[in-house]
Design a protein around this ligand. Sequence first.
Ligand SMILES: Cc1cc2nc3c(=O)[nH]c(=O)nc-3n(C[C@H](O)[C@H](O)[C@H](O)COP(=O)(O)OP(=O)(O)OC[C@H]3O[C@@H](n4cnc5c(N)ncnc54)[C@H](O)[C@@H]3O)c2cc1C
Length: 377
Amino acid sequence: MPTPPRGALIIGGGIGGLAAALALHRSGWRVQVLEQAAEFTEVGAGLSIQPNALRALDALALGDQVRARAVTDAPVGTRRADGAWLIRNDVDRLTRRYGPWATLHRADLLDLLRRALPSEVLRPGIEVHRVHPDGTVEHTGGTSTADVVVGADGLHSATRRSLWPDAPAPRYAGYTTFRMITPARPVEGSVESWGQGDRFGYAPLADGRVYCYAMVTAAQDGTGGLADLRRRLAGWHNPIPALLDSVEPDAVLRHDTYELPDLNTYVADRVALLGDAAHAMTPNLGQGAGQALEDAVVLARSLEAARTGDSTIVQALRSYDRARRPRTQMIARRSRQLGAMAGQTRPPVAAARDAALRMAPASVFVRSMHPVVGWTG
Ligand SMILES: Cc1cc2nc3c(=O)[nH]c(=O)nc-3n(C[C@H](O)[C@H](O)[C@H](O)COP(=O)(O)OP(=O)(O)OC[C@H]3O[C@@H](n4cnc5c(N)ncnc54)[C@H](O)[C@@H]3O)c2cc1C
């Protein structure tokens, strides 16, 4: 009699959880996704999917569909608040070396991931309370057990709280992030601009609308909405004031920015953390979702040997941890360092930063991206 497929429970139906579910489903696991929200919906805004993340999506057989819904140009560069160029990328060279970048609406990516899964895999409206190392999961629908449990339940992960009770809490990064989508208008490509403590970025979406974000140095739990942002960036170069003027206040998402201090391991017996639950990072490099996608691909690959009986699940998860922890923690560190440089508040230091960036040859920036976007699996 053939052995029944092994079962995996995924906690959380965000980008990481759905990607893990898809990767495991494709490699023959019986999968269920427990999601606390009543529906698998996404408000969100835009998302930058860099070449490494696109390669992970290719491994999930979704790369072409993502490219079809996205603008696939490499970032044009970084400007000063007055518009002077600090970094001007050689877009063709970047694309030749690493492949395309993609910008799309976050809801589009989630939609593609969801549609690729059989609907019975998705179990919305179930909140997980507690996870045990033997694969038992307590939730609002009762108790479930699985051969492997994937905690993809985000920054405030209940999986992490259950099994890593001594892990330090997420820490405030010192800035708040605004995200918004403007009505359609032409912009020259994906550009980020740096002032002294504030940053603003914009990137076109495939339907002509423009995804915008701002990072503003501010106290934790501070107030201040679109009107405050418009005031702070009033003298910045075009088209920033016009983009901000075109947004409705209730279309703006504002979140304080947190990152998770490094964990010593992402796995405990039959349970693995994935995505933000394992390594929530600052958004400066635009890599959080990309790393969750890479995690999903590597997790399924590591577990392949356990599905076919060549190794135990515990061994397979250890191999996932060895493959993913150094890389994701390196990227989280780089993202933090970039945030410290880009969000510099002291005028003389910001001026020195700008002068150094303007003198550096473009090849320096191409090379510096390699450890992050050069991932090939
Ligand atoms: C401002 C900002 C901009 C960003 N821009 C980019 C970008 O351009 N590119 C990029 O790659 N990344 C970006 N990121 C990072 C990216 O958004 C995250 O890294 C990514 O969404 C993490 O996905 P996840 O599935 O791990 O977690 P989440 O998206 O947080 O999903 C977790 C899911 O688990 C569910 N859940 C939580 N607790 C429970 C529970 N107890 N029981 C059941 N379900 C539960 C939640 O409802 C949610 O659906 C950005 C982040 C921010 C804050």
